[in-house]
Design a protein around this ligand. Structure first.
Ligand code: HEC
Ligand code: HEC
Length: 197
């Protein structure tokens, strides 16, 4: 009796989970809409759009939720408007499973400044090491964004958005960090981050 019950329950849980994260549904949405800007494999169609390949699933779900609720503002508000929770989860898994790419770094010396800041912070102005949250390799965690390989321009724009308060979703941490970063430091960090594999 018991094993049978467990089997039935197990089956129910399994089918709910596979429905919630249906890869087919995610692919359909990506082909219909997201690919225009983020690319079919999250590689981004242009450097003005963030790469989503290899981005952490939970982080993607959180951002889509924030866009839907209007807690993070921009182009994405319209895109996330009618997504269900299940679709957001499916999209999170979809992009998280795509292989991320990195950029070729043109200015190695400048990137080295970024690498120093990323790993050590700046004790003179009270900036913590980015790696303490985003990880030594910039891979983030389940809830923290992956930064490795992200477009330079997007990284700088987000740091500026945290700085000037345009990005206010969960901005407490990144706002206080970005408010201490100079333009030079933002650009150096972005240069380094874009090249992390
Ligand atoms: C018209 C272009 C466009 C389309 C189409 C689009 N996005 Fe976006 N997306 C953006 C831009 C631009 C940003 C950067 C945030 C901003 O400035 O609004 C972004 C940001 C995001 C982010 C946050 C990334 C991060 O690192 O924080 C996620 C997740 C996302 N989009 C998912 C999607 C999904 C899923 C779809 C399809 C349903 C989609 N986007 C369709 C332009 C687009
Ligand atoms: C105490 C933890 C913490 C530290 C230290 C930290 N971050 Fe973050 N960072 C976060 C969190 C949390 C988010 C996501 C906020 C959200 O949910 O929208 C984030 C988001 C970001 C984003 C936006 C990513 C995206 O895909 O949109 C960038 C860029 C970023 N951080 C860069 C940095 C840099 C550069 C440093 C070092 C100078 C740094 N962070 C240090 C916690 C941290």
């Amino acid at each position: 009796m018991y094993p049978l019950l467990t089997a039935i329950l197990g089956l129910t849980i399994f089918s709910t989970a596979s429905l919630a994260s249906s890869p087919e549904r995610a692919e359909q949405i990506v082909n219909e809409r997201c690919h225009l800007c983020h690319g079919k494999n999250g590689e981004a169609s242009s450097a003005i759009y963030p790469r989503l390949a290899g981005q952490n699933a939970d982080y993607i779900v959180k951002q889509l939720t924030d866009f839907q609720l209007g807690q993070r503002k921009g182009t994405m508000n319209e895109m996330a408007k009618d997504l269900t929770k299940d679709e957001m989860v499916a999209l999170g898994f979809y992009f998280a499973a795509k292989p991320p790419k990195s950029h070729r770094v043109r200015d190695q010396e400048f990137a080295a400044v970024g690498a120093y800041l990323y790993k050590n912070g700046n004790s003179f102005s009270g900036i913590p090491a980015c790696q303490s949250c985003h990880g030594a390799n910039g891979y983030g965690t389940a809830t923290l964004p992956r930064l490795a390989g992200q477009h330079k321009r997007y990284v700088v724009e987000q740091l500026q958005a945290f700085y000037n308060g345009a990005r206010t979703n969960d901005h407490a941490i990144m706002h206080s960090i970005a408010s201490k970063l100079t333009e030079f430091e933002m650009q150096a960090l972005a240069q380094y981050i874009s090249g992390i594999e």
